[in-house]
Write a protein that binds this ligand. Structure first.
Ligand code: ADP
Ligand code: MG
Length: 388
């Protein structure tokens, strides 16, 4: 049974009715450009083959009934009761979407929905955006909003999903995840400019070059992740204020040394250095991909990882171990990806080396007594849409 069929079956079993259809949206992995989105910078995610499925039927009232194969009981509430921080728990990622659609002026109403998520939860691969975007895709179709039909409609849907996650689920997120899930094309990476949310599709067909991307979900659990994210965001905003710019995007790589000299602490200097050099690395990565220079891309991965470990200080031992062991086993490059303090790393490998690199990473984790990681090879998949 396909995952779309499984979501439809969960709908039937739970609500005793047929769904109107099944929609899905992918998780994402960011190739490079970390903690740049909220600084108005650049990032370069791909959509994963792993998707979250939503079987949905609209209702004539404003009631919401939500069930998930990865959740516990059915959650029932009225759309009029959705707001900042309410409901709490996982259902916020679903209920926040119609709430944000209404706030953006799109007429929607109640619905029943059954979710089946195939993006690993909390692995830094953006199961949260996959969930929001699958629901958003479904609501756009069943309420006739037509937002999936154009790039500008998809950009608007992404903004709605960001608002749902920030306000209703109360999780700070900068927009990369939702944009990737709604806009990334198969065989391409999405260059996203978070200053104006403009996008560019960059060819990323590793298969053609005998290469593969290995994702290592470290399954590392670290405390205080949310506090750390907020602290990094605050530091970047403070640095921008001290420099008299809107966001750190406005600091030129050429003028970095001058800018660093104007900051009030070593901490702000390190944070700023990461963001400014990371944005420059995204631009270089785009050129590397356009020139099919994968050795250069691998070198950029490694430079990015060093910057996150030493200057932005968001790596942990499991991520460093994944990067070091993958590189020693022959990867062209590797880096942690996502917000940090756990989650996943990626390694660019020759396809024939993928199994060797994976075994080396697993052995390094075992030697250090870490939980065994979850590894999978991915290619750039397509965006949110209707399945059934
Ligand atoms: P990530 O997005 O990296 O996976 P987050 O912490 O942002 O990590 O989002 C994970 C949260 O999203 C889960 O704890 C849960 O609340 C919610 N979620 C994601 N997918 C599902 C799903 N299929 N069913 C229920 N909740 C989900
Ligand atoms: Mg998330």
């Amino acid at each position: 049974m396909t995952a779309a069929d499984a979501a439809a079956r969960l709908f039937r079993d739970t609500f005793g009715d047929e769904p109107q259809g099944v929609w899905s949206a992918p998780g994402r992995v960011n190739l490079i450009g970390e903690h740049t989105d909220y600084n108005g910078g650049l990032c370069l995610p791909i959509a994963l083959p792993h998707r979250t499925y939503a079987a949905l039927r609209r209702r004539d009232d404003r009631h919401l009934r939500i069930v998930s194969a990865q959740g516990d009981a059915v959650v029932e509430l009225d759309l009029s009761d959705v707001g900042a921080g309410s409901p709490d728990g996982w259902a916020a990622y679903v209920a926040g979407v119609p709430w944000a659609l209404e706030r953006a002026g799109h007429p929607v109403g109640g619905f029943d929905v059954a979710i089946d998520g195939r993006v690993p939860l909390g692995a830094g691969l953006s199961s949260s955006a996959a969930l929001e975007c699958a629901v958003a895709a479904a609501l756009s179709d069943v309420f006739g909003l037509g937002l999936l039909d154009s790039a500008s409609g998809r950009v608007a849907l992404a903004a709605v999903c960001v608002e749902a996650e920030n306000t209703v689920a109360q999780a700070p997120t900068g927009g990369m995840d939702q944009s990737a899930s709604l806009l990334a094309e198969q065989g391409h990476a999405l260059l996203l400019d978070c200053r104006d949310f403009s996008t560019e599709q960059v060819p990323f067909d590793l298969d053609q070059h005998g290469l593969a991307l290995l994702v290592v979900d470290t399954r590392a659990v670290h405390e205080l992740v949310d506090g750390q994210y907020a602290e990094r965001r605050d530091s970047c905003e403070q640095a921008a204020r001290e420099l008299g710019v809107n966001t750190l995007r406005d600091v030129d790589a050429d003028g970095l040394d001058t800018a660093l000299g104007q900051l009030s602490s070593d901490l702000l200097r390190k944070r700023t250095k990461h963001v400014v050099t990371e944005i420059a690395r995204v631009e270089e990565a785009r050129e590397a991909l356009r020139g099919e220079d994968f050795d250069r891309l691998g070198a950029l991965f490694l430079a990015s990882h060093d910057s996150m470990r030493d200057d932005f200080e968001i790596s942990v031992e499991e991520l460093d171990t994944a990067v070091t062991s993958a590189t020693e086993a022959g990867a062209l490059g590797a880096r942690m990806t996502g917000g940090g303090f756990g989650g996943s790393a990626i390694a660019l490998v020759r396809r024939d080396d993928a199994a060797t690199v994976q075994a080396a990473v697993e052995k390094a984790f075992a030697d250090k007594g870490f939980r065994s990681p979850e590894c999978f090879v991915v290619s750039a998949a397509g965006p949110a849409g209707r399945d059934l």
